[in-house]
Design a protein around this ligand. Structure first.
Ligand code: ADP
Ligand code: MG
Length: 262
């Protein structure tokens, strides 16, 4: 374990040998295996991997939504290994913004109120909440959609509202789990343009995707396979599945689920 002084900590995320186990019946399954990750302030990292490889699990750890089974996790210089849920919530509110594949907007609230919601939890006065929400929506090009509810918006517009909500608290780190997964190519590219701009303005971004063209927009790519994170695109030969003939019967599922989130 290293103690780091604040002067040298431009490292925003640092994971050392992080493992995550989930109970499965009476067994436990190791879903993340000795993950080591370093993300500097200002970086833009894409994490790629097939369904079920542990992407969302990793994102939930970085996002302080879950805790690792073992290993060290530093966020903005603080070791969060023994942080309780209150501390994690504070860190989340202060440092992090989230964007998900399925937007998670509240259907009964219009765009302004969706964006203003995290500011309400942060105790920002009502007038300022509204001003800041409107400002964030304007930067997303949604000035003429401010009072629309999610079902009155396209998918791409919903995701832009969700990004406005994610950045309205000025997070250091934006975490995006398959942000373009529910969008057509044009809307997805628009979201990627916004990410480029946010990164150029100083926001660190970690984005999960299984689309190469999306990952290529980031500054770096890391790959996760079966819970192992690596900067190598190809798996080690021993982990590679033998190429099956085209008409082969697919292998029987071994109880491993694929996507676990909506
Ligand atoms: P990905 O996002 O790459 O598709 P996930 O991180 O969602 O993968 O899941 C990785 C593995 O962990 C899967 O095998 C999944 O079944 C398992 N898993 C995820 N969340 C849980 C949980 N809460 N309890 C048990 N197993 C889980
Ligand atoms: Mg996932």
């Amino acid at each position: 374990m290293t103690a780091r002084s604040s002067e040298e900590s431009t490292m925003l995320v640092e994971m050392k040998d992080v493992c995550k186990d989930y109970p499965q019946g009476r067994e436990t399954v190791r879903v993340l295996k000795n993950v080591c990750l370093q993300v500097e302030e200002g970086d833009y990292l894409a994490i790629m991997g097939p369904s079920g490889s542990g992407k969302t699990t990793l994102m939930n750890l970085i996002g302080c939504l879950d805790v690792q089974t073992s290993g060290d996790f530093f966020l903005d210089g603080e070791n969060l290994r023994d942080a309780g849920s209150n501390r994690l919530a504070e860190v989340r509110n202060r440092l992090l913004g989230f964007v998900f594949q399925s937007f998670y907007l509240l259907p009964k609230l219009n765009a302004i109120d969706n964006v203003a919601l995290p500011l309400m939890y942060a105790g920002v006065p009502k007038k300022e909440r509204r001003e800041r929400a409107e400002e964030a929506l304007k930067t997303m090009g949604l000035e003429d959609r401010m009072t629309f509810r999610p079902n009155q918006l396209s998918g791409g517009q919903c995701q832009r509202v969700a990004i406005a909500r994610a950045i309205v608290g000025k997070p250091k780190l934006l975490l995006a789990d398959e942000p373009t997964g529910a969008l057509d190519t044009a809307s997805g590219n628009q979201i990627m343009d916004i990410f480029d701009r946010l990164n150029a303005e100083g926001t660190t971004i970690i984005m999960i995707t299984h689309e190469q063209a999306i990952a290529d927009r980031a500054k770096h790519i890391q790959y996760i396979r079966d819970g192992v994170l690596s900067s190598e695109k190809e798996a080690k030969p021993e982990a590679e599945e033998a190429a099956a003939p085209e008409d082969a019967v697919p292998p029987v599922q071994t109880g491993e689920e694929g996507e676990t989130h909506a």
